[in-house]
Every structure is written in C-alpha cells, then in structure tokens.
Design a protein around this ligand. Structure first.
Ligand code: PLP
Length: 387
C-alpha cells in the first residue's frame, strides 16, 4: 500500500496550517493566560435572538430551509443592507444565506475562478484568503500595505499587481488584522482602478457594523460597483454570533445563481435554528449591536493610548476589534515577541507575520476582552517591555 499521506491531495498537502492556531494550542496548555489572540466578540448573542432559536425548535422547525435560506431572512437582509449601506439586492435572486462569511468567501472563489485566474489579495489579511483562492484553482497575487500608510491599499499598488489574468480584487474593510477602515474617497480610488480593468471585487464587509468614527461605506454602493461586487457579510462579529455559523453573500443575479449551484450541492442550506436567530437579530437586535459597539470603542481608545504610551506605536484603527502595534523598537521578530510575551507574561497575541506581507514587525491584539482583562494585559506587556 502507498503511504497514507500520499492519498492527500497536493493542493491540501501544500497548504500551510493557520499560524493563529499554533499560538492558541500553546496558550491552551498554560494557566492564567490573558488571550488577546481570538478574533471573536466576548459578548453573548442577544437574548432575543437566542430565544427565537429556542422557539423555532419548540415549534418543530427542524427541517431544511430553501437552499438560499429562509425567504423571510433574505428579505430582512435585503432591507438591512439597503437601509444601512445603501445597496439594493433582490431577496429572492441575489442573496444566499451561508455558513458564516467563511463559506461565502469560498463560494465566491469557486464560482468565479478558472485554473490560473488571479485574485489580488491585500496583505496583511485574514488568514483564509490565500488558501481559499488556491483551493479554488486560482493564483493569489498579494499586494503589501504598510504601517506608514495606515495599512491602506494604494490605488497605484493595486494597478501594478493587475495582469491580463486578474479576475478580482479581494478587499476587507474594516480590516482584520489591522482594523483599518477605508473611507469613501479611498474606496472610490480603488473602484476606479477596478472599473478601468473590468474586474470584480469580493468585498468582505464582516466588520461593517464595527466602525467607530466613520460610518461604514460599502464599495458596492459606489457608482457602477454593485454589478461588479460580490458583497460578503454576516452575523458573527457585529451581532456576536460566531458559534451560530451564519453569514450571507449578495451579488448580481448571474453570480448569485452560480454560487447557489455550489451551495446546494455542498451545504444544502445553513442551519435552520440559526437562521431564525439571525432573523430576530435583524428585527430587534440593533440596539444590542450599538451597545456592544460603544463598549468596543471605549476599549479601543484605552488600549491604543496605553500601547502608544509604552512605545508600541499604533495607528488608531477605525473598525473591527483589533489593534496592530509595531514591535520594531524591541528588536524582536513578531514571532519571537509573541512567543516570549506568552511564556514570560502569559499574554497571548498573534504575530503579524502570519497575516502575510507587511505584517512582520507588528502584532495583532484583539480588544474583544473585558476592560479588566485589557488593564491586566497592559500591566503585563509593560512588565515584559521593562525587562
Ligand atoms: N472575514 C474576516 C475578515 C474575518 O476576520 C472572519 C473571522 O475572523 C471571517 C471572515 C469569518 O467569519 P465567519 O465567522 O462569519 O465565518
């Protein structure tokens, strides 16, 4: 018999494991660790959403829904996206409810990529982007953003990365891991290049609700962009629903139909109780979203100021719940910094290098932790730096 490993597909064999998980596994073996590593809210899903899921089970709603999701939920999503972000989508044709934004990204890639097609990926970025492009047979062409530019994609850098094989740009604002939010003008400059080269944009707007100083602008709302955008969003972050695994994708009819074909064969539909919870969250949960946002804003302000005072300089991130301070003054690599901080002071952060180009010299800290935990983390990081 061949070796068991030789049965693994080459595309999977060559895939690097997530650098984030490595740190979680190490932290999990230690006691008393403050984790600023995880990218998820510390809040519990609002009670009304939880209750709606319970009620749906009590009523016996335990079967599949339509492949694209409950029509009622898609209608609520359509209203939500058009009222908050000014992009109209037809519930019955242009929206698919997915298993998290993660599945939506996968669907988008598989629906548009032929072998060898290129996708421009802006780094530092969410760890799944490059592997998902490659799994779909595409080639990820990475463009670096830098701390000096506040990790904002420059239109001229985007233009330089475009080749005749480029099919799409994958863009995330507000961003994981940097927290950078692009304003309307910056998005417009990017949209102009996208239109000039006739590309699609896959817009990952999962942090749209978590924008603290400036209301989120969806790139799909800019003139001429709706027809060339696959808009990805979901309930995990803004609505504190990571474990429910519920997201959605909105796209022009032909693209939505292509994604739906893949979705119906691979997933059938998203979880039924989770869809009822999400419907309730959209109908009655916006106040909870606002309250969580206020708490994140307070924590962000405290944490950014504390890090800057310690000499770990960072820009003020406009959104998400991450800060991305520079650790270059310590002379350590981001991996050394994260490892030593964990071992010596029991604070878990993620080395910036795991997020790709431009990430080395930085660490990602999530401030989705209680104020007390953040204060303790600040104390420990200070101690670490004093050593
Ligand atoms: N996109 C970005 C930028 C993320 O940071 C995450 C989660 O960390 C996701 C997508 C996945 O979200 P979901 O839980 O909805 O799959």
């Amino acid at each position: 018999m061949k070796t068991t490993k030789s049965y693994v597909a080459k595309s999977v064999e060559n895939m690097a494991p997530s650098g984030i998980r490595k740190f979680f596994d190490l932290a999990a073996t230690m006691e008393g660790v403050i984790s600023l590593g995880v990218g998820e809210p510390d809040f519990v899903t609002s009670w009304s959403a939880r209750e709606a899921a319970i009620l749906s089970l009590e009523k016996g709603y335990t079967s599949y829904t339509a492949n694209a999701g409950l029509l009622e939920l898609r209608e609520a999503i359509s209203d939500y996206i058009s009222e908050r972000f000014y992009v109209p989508y037809i519930a019955n044709e242009e929206i698919i409810v997915t298993v998290g934004a993660s599945q939506a990204i996968d669907l988008a890639m598989r629906a548009i990529l032929d072998p060898g097609d290129e996708v421009v990926v802006v780094e530092p970025c969410f760890v799944s982007y490059v592997p998902l492009v490659e799994l779909a047979g595409g080639k990820a062409v990475t463009v670096e953003t830098t701390g000096e530019q506040g990790f904002k994609l420059q239109a001229e850098d985007l233009e330089k990365a475009i080749t005749p094989k480029t099919k799409a740009l994958l863009l995330c604002s507000p961003n994981n891991p940097t927290g950078t939010q692009l304003d309307r003008e910056e998005l417009q400059a990017i949209a102009d290049i996208v239109k000039k080269y006739d590309l699609l944009v896959i817009a990952d707007e999962i942090y749209a609700e978590l924008a603290y100083d400036l209301r989120h602008t969806s790139i799909a709302s800019l003139e001429g962009m709706r027809e060339r955008t696959i808009l990805i969003n979901g309930f995990s972050k803004g609505f504190a629903m990571t474990g429910w695994r519920l997201g959605f994708v909105c796209a022009p009819r032909e693209l939505a139909a292509a994604m739906l074909k893949i979705h119906q064969y691979t997933m059938m539909c998203a979880s039924t109780p989770a869809q009822y919870a999400a419907l309730e969250a959209l109908q009655t949960g916006m106040n909870d979203v606002e309250e969580m946002k206020k708490a994140y804003r307070r924590r962000r302000n405290y944490f950014v100021q504390s890090l800057n005072e310690m000499g770990l300089t960072c820009h003020v991130p406009g959104g998400a719940f991450y800060v991305f301070p520079s650790i270059q003054s310590t002379g350590l690599t981001s991996e050394q910094f994260a490892e030593q901080l964990l071992v010596e002071e029991k604070v878990a952060v993620v080395p910036g290098s795991v997020f790709g180009k431009g990430g080395e010299g930085y660490i990602r800290c999530s401030y989705a932790s209680s104020m007390e935990q953040l204060q303790e983390a600040v104390k420990r990081i200070k101690q670490f730096l004093e050593k």
